[in-house]
Design a protein around this ligand. Sequence first.
Ligand SMILES: [Zn+2]
Length: 491
Amino acid sequence: MKSGNQRLKIYDTLSRQIQEVAPEDGRRLRFYCCGPTVYGPAHIGNFRTFVLQDVFRRTLELSGQPTQHVRNITNVDDKTIRESQAQGKTLTEFTHYWEDRFHADCDALNILPPHVEPAAVEHIPDQIQLIEKLVEKGHAYRAEDGSVYFKVQSLETYGALSRVKDRELTPQEESGAHKKGSPVSDDEYEAESMADFALWKARKQEDGPNYWDSPWGEGRPGWHIECSAMGMRYLGETFDLHSGGIDLIFPHHENEIAQSEACTCKPFARLWFHIAHLMVDGGKMSKSLGNLYTLDDLKERGFTANELRYTLGQGHYRQPLNFTFDSLKAARQALLRLGKVEAKLKAKLNDAPAPKLKKLTPRKVEDFQSLGDLQPAWDALMNDLNTPDALGKMFSAIKIIERGLGEASVEQIQEWRRGLWVLWSALGIEPVEPEAEPVPEAPEEIKALAQERWEAKQSKDWAKADELRGELQKAGWLVKDRKDGFDLVPV
Ligand SMILES: [Zn+2]
């Protein structure tokens, strides 16, 4: 679509620059997204990330760029073990339940399933192998208790993604639980200091039956190592792009880079695509505020997944987005507006089915015509995935469509409709067709008049039938004859 030779551009966190998204192998764009930790329902903040990653993939595929998308399932870590124990369930039973729930929410939100969705527990040997290499190369050491830590000081490039070395440590952090240089065994830590982090955690009483054998004794992997192991297994030692929420930059993604690059001496991911936070009512989301909304919470209040998806597209991925219930209501109105336009275009094209698109082969893109009045909206997506700008430009195009619809040629109407559907497919939204308005019932005297006309027609009294038709029209009613009767519709 005129952008056949134009590529999607995004902001790369590592180089701090806008970069073209192109596959190194010239074929498929190989990318990895950190998936959910399956210990409870995902909230709308999590879904902001997954929805934007989906828009990223759909835009790439619609621009003719095939992808290989890997997104993991974290089903062993501090939280999953703690919660499953608390509920007296096996880790498998517990995490499968939440994994299914996550998939159901993704389906409702029209998020395409990744091509590969590996889970951490099924890849313990891969993780052990990686840790063994790191120990061999002197980048990791076994602590007295049998845990293995990554030695941050052993890697000169550590901190390149988050620039953690350039940050001033606040006194609070200095005196906090994680003193600089002391190893950290928590899967997640907030302190912005560099600390040796756990690759393997020695078995503890509270882990219950959740431990595996390793060269360092019984235990389980730390959280960060799973993404290095599964990323490399399914996408190779170096792949094109890695993505996640902005909160994962440090320490999780920094540690993924450290583990992987210390092991292979090759760049891990060429580009890093991060999605900013979702705020609720202008503030942070938190359990204590009770505003960690799930999709079910919104459904209970009468909203749809489609409306949430539209709302999440209303912010640029690099900026925090403020979620409010008013923004959901506005999304409902916007989707209805799209539905109205779609209904008009469809009617003009004799109810032809919608030109829904999923992906285009690169060869097809060259043949693909310009999107006409929708081209500016598409270009906004290609330019740093600017979804709010794309929506704005789409509505500008809709004004043009509504003004020109009366005299437009069939080709023009087809172009408009295709352009709109390309955009809706990229954004993953569905226009909502307004419910057909009920036809009001005619008053009794009008019905009687119409009946009289019908009878005149049956007895071939054409003059009388025509006269009565005129009378009805003056009263505001049109007669539409069927084979065996008639309908009355308001003029
Ligand atoms: Zn990860």
